[in-house]
Design a protein around this ligand. Sequence first.
Ligand SMILES: CC(C)(COP(=O)(O)OP(=O)(O)OC[C@H]1O[C@@H](n2cnc3c(N)ncnc32)[C@H](O)[C@@H]1OP(=O)(O)O)[C@@H](O)C(=O)NCCC(=O)NCCS
Length: 147
Amino acid sequence: MIVKLAETKDIRDLVRLDERCGDGQPYYEAWLWQMHIQNRDVLIGIEENKIIGAIRVEDNGGSVLITDVMVDPEYQGRGYGKKLFESALAIADSQNKPQWLHVSPDNNRAIRLYESFGFSASGQPNLDNFFDIEMVRQPYAHIFPKP
Ligand SMILES: CC(C)(COP(=O)(O)OP(=O)(O)OC[C@H]1O[C@@H](n2cnc3c(N)ncnc32)[C@H](O)[C@@H]1OP(=O)(O)O)[C@@H](O)C(=O)NCCC(=O)NCCS
């Protein structure tokens, strides 16, 4: 899989991927993808000439938000999520800032993936969605794990 920054021409495929990874409705409409692409924070994973996954690395000043982690259902469970996550964290680590994300407490697959890279539950509520949990990670946590 090749991982690279998304471009405007990728918006239609991103909306389709977003639809397929959720409940049939895209989380973001095209204009929101366009905004994120302009901010240069959308990474896409390309395999067999198509976009099979995406992830966003949003610099919030003092911290970095990892969000919109998705792999096309047809390609899930084959290590692509892990590769996308590695690329995203390499960018976040290079900024040397704490990282955080939100996840539904019943999304065991995602939680296991995040824990394997050193994320842990912060215990802080997510003010946008009280059902989700917040997980945090220090830069290079996979190289310098907590004792
Ligand atoms: C979460 C998601 C991105 C993972 O991507 P993926 O390509 O399926 O994951 P990978 O194959 O790279 O596996 C990564 C890790 O996930 C976990 N995992 C993978 N398949 C799993 C399964 N069937 N059951 C439980 N855990 C699983 C494992 O920890 C695995 O690491 P390991 O192989 O070292 O054990 C993907 O399932 C997805 O897009 N889900 C829908 C959208 C979503 O829920 N996004 C997260 C929102 S916070």
